[in-house]
Ligand binder design. Sequence first.
Ligand SMILES: Nc1ncnc2c1ncn2[C@@H]1O[C@H](COP(=O)(O)OP(=O)(O)OP(=O)(O)O)[C@@H](O)[C@H]1O
Ligand SMILES: [Mg+2]
Length: 117
Amino acid sequence: MENNAITKIDIITRPSQFEELKNELNKIGITGLTVSHVLGCGLQKGKTEYYRGNPYSIDLLPKVKMEIVVSEVPVEEVVRVAKEVLGTGEIGDGKIFIYPIQNVIKVRTGEEGVDAL
Ligand SMILES: Nc1ncnc2c1ncn2[C@@H]1O[C@H](COP(=O)(O)OP(=O)(O)OP(=O)(O)O)[C@@H](O)[C@H]1O
Ligand SMILES: [Mg+2]
């Protein structure tokens, strides 16, 4: 059965793990991705740092956001690789958001949908 579903996966994690994740995703056939340096916080609302013994909070920490749109490569495969590379068990390992994509248009050729990826 043909599977024409197109799915977007956003992975937000520590900048330090970005290079390895990019390499591992390359190995499973990911061809296109968008990367942004972002600021974010999760449950911990950033973290508490100390300056001369006094606590102060940093609300937002630098993170890397990778946006990947897939059709042929299974979403579960991307999630598996991301969990393998990013999972340390420590807070701030990151989060993965998955959502359906309605359409893709490749400007140069006019191709749409799966063909445009
Ligand atoms: N509910 C959310 N909405 C949008 N972005 C989020 C949300 N939760 C987390 N993020 C983004 O994901 C990044 C990584 O989150 P993080 O791994 O710290 O999640 P967490 O829920 O706090 O888990 P942990 O307890 O492991 O730290 C955040 O810095 C933020 O950019
Ligand atoms: Mg957190």
